[in-house]
Design a protein around this ligand. Sequence first.
Ligand SMILES: Cc1cc2nc3c(=O)[nH]c(=O)nc-3n(C[C@H](O)[C@H](O)[C@H](O)COP(=O)(O)OP(=O)(O)OC[C@H]3O[C@@H](n4cnc5c(N)ncnc54)[C@H](O)[C@@H]3O)c2cc1C
Length: 302
Amino acid sequence: MIAGARRQGLEALAMLGKVLRDEPMARHTTLGVGGPADWFFQPRDRDALARAMPLIPADMPRLPLGRGSNLLVLDGGFRGVVIDMAGLNVTRLTGNELYAEAGARMSRVASLCAAQGLSGLEFLATVPGNIGGGVAMNAGAFGQEIADCLQRVEVMDGEGRCMALERSSLAMGYRCTRLPEGALVVAACFRLQAMDAAKVRQRMRAMREQRGKRQPLSWPNCGSVFKNPPGDYAARLIEAAGLKGMRIGGARISERHANFIVNEGDATAADVLALIERAREAVWRQAGVRLETEVRIVGEKR
Ligand SMILES: Cc1cc2nc3c(=O)[nH]c(=O)nc-3n(C[C@H](O)[C@H](O)[C@H](O)COP(=O)(O)OP(=O)(O)OC[C@H]3O[C@@H](n4cnc5c(N)ncnc54)[C@H](O)[C@@H]3O)c2cc1C
């Protein structure tokens, strides 16, 4: 596509939702760091997204965005278009089947299920992302994960075409889901179990309380930075390597939970990345374990 046509296509997105240029990603990640996205598009709804996809030049990188609660966007920003899925937020319960669009908040979905006496997704009350991000990450906690009650997802390709994929085709594992290259999750369907509503609510409350005690929730963060290696805990390994509380610039390895990095106010992505690298090296030296990041690192260094 020639330059003028590319720009025209991208500018036409404004009829289908919100379009921003050079949008700082620090505004869209829970860590509160990250440089600008060249283009930032928030479609109004699912139909608008389908109409928008063919307008985006095929060779332009696309980054689907939920609540940015598992994203570290580097300080140089993202050369492409960030697609914020927040406008796709329809949820529908039919018996014990739940349909939720990608932009629905997981905590809202948890409350909806609790109100109807449906069990299986209580842990979502403690995870600050959206359904699309939850599916892409196979989010989990307290012995539950998205894969447990997911039946199928609806994905959209780069041309705006949708298809349904059964869970069995997604190879879901510990914090990973194999989606087709470039596919956006637009909705997910779950099957839940009937349970006394008061009991579901009580389970959610207990999970929230535990979270509040163990995690540094008063500082901007991105949840667990590293995946737990088999048979061990990343937090234990980082603490054993003596890094709990370590600070670089405005970022710190939390005193409360060593697998959390918190932004103490003026952190840059480079500070967070430097702590990630420091923790990886120290754990490798001390314990011979290679930690793998759970947080997705995207964009360019400054
Ligand atoms: C305080 C705190 C606690 C947390 N606790 C947990 C926990 O207990 N368990 C857990 O698993 N995680 C936890 N997390 C991490 C995070 O909330 C989850 O990974 C969540 O699923 C990410 O959702 P999101 O909408 O914010 O996704 P984002 O961070 O926006 O995106 C994450 C990844 O998914 C991709 N993505 C997002 N939406 C879509 C879509 N519609 N289609 C295709 N790809 C998409 C993004 O491109 C990115 O690669 C926690 C985070 C915080 C800040």
